[in-house]
Design a protein around this ligand. Structure first.
Ligand code: AMP
Length: 439
């Protein structure tokens, strides 16, 4: 099947040819013709599957062929996205696809000055990409109105709910005309997403181009067990030893991300970071430098986990496992995109075993594990099983302790390991009992 078979018109076909898109991806095959006919769509699409083009191409065609010219402070199609980075990225894709069409597109998001956005909206925008909070601000200040709105896209709808945008979304939905086309894209389908779809969509075409919560088959996943305090050191060792090229590294906390970045910079490695404490321009700059190849290692919190499209990224490393298992799928989805192969490596310590279990249950597989020579963990990471349980270690016979000979009873025999964040360690003396997992 070709793009022409889907009903796309000549200017877009020519543009796709220039961009080197030879044939539509699965989600594009499933949705483009229906969107062109004006149908609502509910799509579960794997990250990196080409879903931006799946909604942008038919909407750009509709906007070019039908409807009035856009009025001042108006929008004709609205794409809501969860993060600023994704807003920029979707807008860049839209601009690429729309080159040569008489349409204006623009992106608005928080963390940067609102004034240039108000100025840009004055002339009206055919296709606006927006994060919910900033769009609501602009709407309340009458910088944008929705009387001309023909189409609404909710991109990464699950992430928008996870980030707590439900209230903003409700307020925005009330401001939109009821007669419109609505397309909802989500990587995962939770109950709340289904409920939202039930309220917003009319007789939608349901599209599921990949098994739920699946990572792309093109991503090779593995883990290395290591002690928590040696993770950064191991990362540096692997980077050198394995001669890694560009790597995207995910850390749990802003502090951890900053620390790894500083360690890498101190070693003369070109590194940058993205996390919620950094101002938006610095975040975008870091991403752009990474995309341009000026930075070898980009260290990020989950701010960067979803939706980002980085060309030819061969490797994603999880310095820490994410708190929410679904984020694992999104993180590793940064590699192995658009048919390329990729590698995802997680550095896992003993106190992350519950998270590991949750991830393995979600993706339905036990991740192959190994140890790196010189980095064998002192704190054992219990073996997991395909049924999402821990393999119990056979009990060792108890050793008799002779008071006065060697160590005193209760000292130094069994230790707790790093079961607490350093700053959250209990003040009381530890009870000498090893933590137990499983049932
Ligand atoms: P997305 O899932 O929309 O973020 O897209 C992932 C990547 O696939 C982007 O780099 C797109 O430029 C690329 N892409 C999308 N559709 C196609 C296609 N039909 N052929 C080749 N590359 C594509």
């Amino acid at each position: 099947m070709s793009f022409a078979d889907l009903g796309l018109f000549a200017p877009l076909l020519q543009r796709l040819d220039e961009l080197g898109y030879r044939s539509p991806t699965a989600v594009q095959r499933a949705t483009i013709a229906a969107v062109l006919k004006g149908r609502d769509v509910l799509a579960a699409a794997q990250t990196g599957s080409g879903k931006t083009a799946a909604f942008a191409l038919p909407l750009l065609q509709q906007l070019s062929c039908a409807g009035p010219r856009v009025a001042a402070n108006s929008v004709r199609a609205l794409v809501l996205v969860p993060t600023r980075e994704l807003a920029e990225q979707v807008q860049q894709s839209v601009q690429r696809y729309a080159e040569g069409l008489p349409l204006r597109s623009y992106a608005v998001y928080g963390g940067v000055s609102i004034n240039p956005q108000m100025m840009a909206l004055r002339k009206g925008v055919d296709l606006l990409v927006a994060t919910p909070g900033r769009l609501l601000d602009l709407y309340r200040q009458n910088a944008v109105g929705f009387a001309q709105l023909q189409a609404l896209v909710l991109d990464e709808a699950d992430r928008m709910l996870d980030l707590g945008f439900a209230r903003e979304l409700d307020e925005l939905f009330c401001a939109l005309p009821r007669r419109r086309q609505t397309l909802l894209f989500s990587a995962t389908f939770s109950e709340s997403i289904r409920q939202m779809a039930g309220e917003l969509l009319r007789d939608p075409l349901q599209v599921e181009t990949s098994p739920r919560n699946a990572a792309a088959a093109s991503v090779q996943q593995q883990l290395i067990v290591v002690d928590k305090k040696r993770k950064s050191e191991l990362f540096l060792h692997l980077l050198r030893r394995r001669g890694w090229g560009q790597v995207l590294v995910f850390g749990k906390t802003r502090k951890g991300v900053d620390e790894l970045e500083q360690l890498l910079l101190a070693q003369g490695i070109r590194a940058d970071s993205i996390h919620g404490d950094k101002p938006q321009p610095a975040r975008l700059r870091a991403l752009q430098r990474f995309k341009d190849g000026q930075v070898q290692v980009l260290v990020a919190t989950d701010v960067a986990a979803r939706g980002l499209d980085i060309d030819q990224l061969p490797l994603v490393v999880n310095l820490d496992l994410p708190q929410v298992a679904e984020d694992y799928v999104h993180r590793i989805g940064r590699t192995g995109r658009a048919g390329a192969t990729g590698q995802a490596l997680s550095l896992v310590c003993a106190d992350e075993v519950e998270r590991l279990l949750a991830i393995e249950q979600l993706i339905g597989q036990v991740l192959p594990r190994s140890e790196e020579e010189g980095f064998s963990p002192e704190h054992r990471v219990p073996q997991t099983t395909a049924t999402g349980q821990l393999l119990k270690k056979p009990k060792k016979p108890k050793q008799k302790l002779i008071p006065g000979a060697g160590k005193a009873p209760g000292k130094g025999k069994v230790h707790l390991g790093n079961w607490f964040e350093d700053d959250a360690a209990p003040k009381v003396r530890a009870v000498r009992k090893a933590p137990r997992f499983g049932k």
